[in-house]
Design a protein around this ligand. Sequence first.
Ligand code: ARG
Ligand code: ZN
Ligand code: CA
Length: 247
Amino acid sequence: TDGSVEIPVVVNILYSNAAENLSDARVAEQIAVLNADYGGTNTDITKIPTEFQTVKAGDVKIKFRLANTVRKSTTTTSWVRDTMKKSANGGIDATSPANYLNIWIVGKVVSSDGRTILGYATFPESAGLWNDGVVIPAPYFGKTGAATNFNLGRTATHEVGHYLNLRHIWGDAKCGDDLVADTPTQTAENYGTPSYPLYNRCSGKNRSVMFMNYMDYVNDAAMFMFSAGQKTRMQSVVAASGARSGL
Ligand code: ARG
Ligand code: ZN
Ligand code: CA
């Protein structure tokens, strides 16, 4: 083998109408995006600015294989955090979460303050627990028919990054720390489609931030890289001594 770890994936689909009951083709499309983005074979990887080419991850050596798709119809159209993960709530129980990456697809997820969210994930601290995995509403999963600006499957790329221990690139604070040395500190998250270079000042330095990293908040078309430091962090989670060695 090439030393890659292959993560088996269970996709749990809770649908309240036909559009939310995503097709097998749409699921396959999403798995292919994960394999391209984590394998460094995404075609837009050529857009990485020269200054960041020396720190790009290339092949993260983590692959994804669809193990099963579980489908269940529901009358629930809007879900709050983790309720979709319990059959007692009308959701779907995780399949052996220590051994499979579980992804739940629902129509819509709202946060406690009422905002609609693109997705969320558990960190490795939750490895193997009933709620371990990734949640992505149907409009942001896969490509064909997905929502404008979020239709390249990169919400899953981002959420699986969290699942594999990556923090947001701005460290969720002004000039915060994402615990990765080769991603420049940045003042805040970025949205939309920024153009390079995008400067902000942290610790007196004026240099471009790596807004094209999957762990920023830009549109799907504007994000196309992990860094080498992020690869190291993800690899240690799936290693024999890591929190997710059971995958
Ligand atoms: N806001 C979400 C999170 O914090 C996901 C953002 C995904 N961005 C994207 N362009 N698909 O996990
Ligand atoms: Zn995030
Ligand atoms: Ca950093």
